[in-house]
Design a binder for this molecule. Sequence first.
Ligand code: WT7
Length: 571
Amino acid sequence: MDMQPIAARPGNHNLANYEEKRASFDWEEVKKNFSWYETGKVNVAYETIDRHAENPDKKNQPALIYSAPDREEVLTFDQLKKASNQFANVLKDHGIEKGDRVFLFMPRSPEFYASFFGILKVGAIAGPLFEAFMEQAVRDRLEDSEATMLITTPDLLYRVPENELPNLKKIVLVGDSEKISERYINYYKETEQASEEFDIEWVDLEDGMLLHYTSGSTGKPKGVYHVHNAMIQHYATGDWVIDLKEDDIYWCTADPGWVTGTSYGIFAPWLHGVTNVIRGGRFTPESWYGTIDKHNVTVWYSAPTAFRKLVSSGVDVIKQFDLSSLRHVMSVGEPLNPEVITWGMKALNLRIHDTWWMTETGGMLIVNYPSMDIRPGSMGKPIPGVEAAIVDDQGNELPPNQMGNLAIKQGWPSMMRAIWKNPGKYESYFINGWYVSGDSAYMDEDGYFWFQGRLDDVINTSGERVGPFEVESKLIEHPAVAEAGVIGKPDPERGEIIKAFITLNDGYEANDELLEDIRVFVKTGLSAHAAPREIEVKDTIPKTRSGKIMRRLLKSWELGLPTGDTSTLEE
Ligand code: WT7
């Protein structure tokens, strides 16, 4: 679909002078917004929460509005400061120190956010895990990070293989439980008794803050390591792209188990001291529109997969709600279909602003910001301070309109600092001074970037990144499965669905019941979003002579495309 550009609506946008700002930009300018610029005392928890709690004009402003079907709660900046101080004291009592990895495995709740900031306040590194993870996914992450503490709820505990995690010394249970021993800590009991005062552990800008696990095309999920310095970019993009103003009511729909839910569900809004709506519970069009209506949300950051569901839910649903509070909407995670932008113009009378970035980049890099013309289908332009280009495999820049690797010149504040315990993997992202994203794209003659696809085998299903290797490994653990090859298959609502090709062991026969059993096996072993929606039984799985599964060939077969070079195919 070819669409005309959509011009900015007039308004007082934070980034009005993009070209000028880019031309003379210096990150030093952004640093002046932080208290550490004067005091030298660094901790992102202080900048996001305590700084506002110490401001008489802001301390009683709602920081967090928690809204779930069974629970509504508001915490002011002052209350969030105190709750996180209490938890920081609990952590300290139990020996947690700077640099330790403390993981969170629970649904969004006020306790989640208090714990999260508690972890940062003692200088530890927070590792948020998506609540839908099953045993294998939880084990892989806790094992690799050598986490010493986990915060979870009693009903998720059965997915934590405690006996296999020798480093895991303590488990904090948020909720009532029979479990009482040295190992278990009752969240409510201990925070209740803890002091509301806490001396924050001041850190260095380069000290660890977060570990987010994400999938590549080979191997287990890798730990993407972020440091406090990232706040500089979270603040800047909160200003330029999210266009935050003092009195905004902001809602980011992402779970903090994914990077959008931390960088833009926690840091950016609270660095700007705005009221942040956190929704718990399942997605329905009614509950989502209802959230905007009820809390008068002004700025909304979500994902194409959610927008597509809203589009298909129709106009009758949307008419039941008053969405007039909204002034700014953004999207991330997958290509934003021009059709969805058209829907936004009609249904919300607003442009939906696409943003591009990755877990590894820690913050937005290529964006549509409020004062620019949007070209529907384009990810937009690089933010000030960031240089993006299309490069060939040797890292040479390509001219406009030529497809290649989407790459970013090294040196932006929120860039990951390591892949946990895997320096080789980290190095492999860089060519010739460029961070190479793994996405293919082109840039038009006006500097707009257009996403074309992933260059590796990583699958993007409903905006969630799934590594085929993980799914294949789980599949072959099933007694019936001999070999497996997994690909992403295009799907109108989910972007891609996971499709698995398998061969069966002797004695097993392909039937619906068996295939369903295999699907459930992956779902309950790994996680729901990693379970293949389609499974096809084959006689053989194509492999290279060195034994690598040829996913590309599987994909070509599936899509009925030419198979290309198959010279490395095994006999
Ligand atoms: C991959 C990163 C950090 C945001 C959440 C996803 C794809 C991301 C866009 C976009 C087309 C996009 C890319 C990227 N992606 N944003 N605006 N248009 N594709 O983070 O899980 O690390 O995935 O998501 O393929 O490489 P992630």
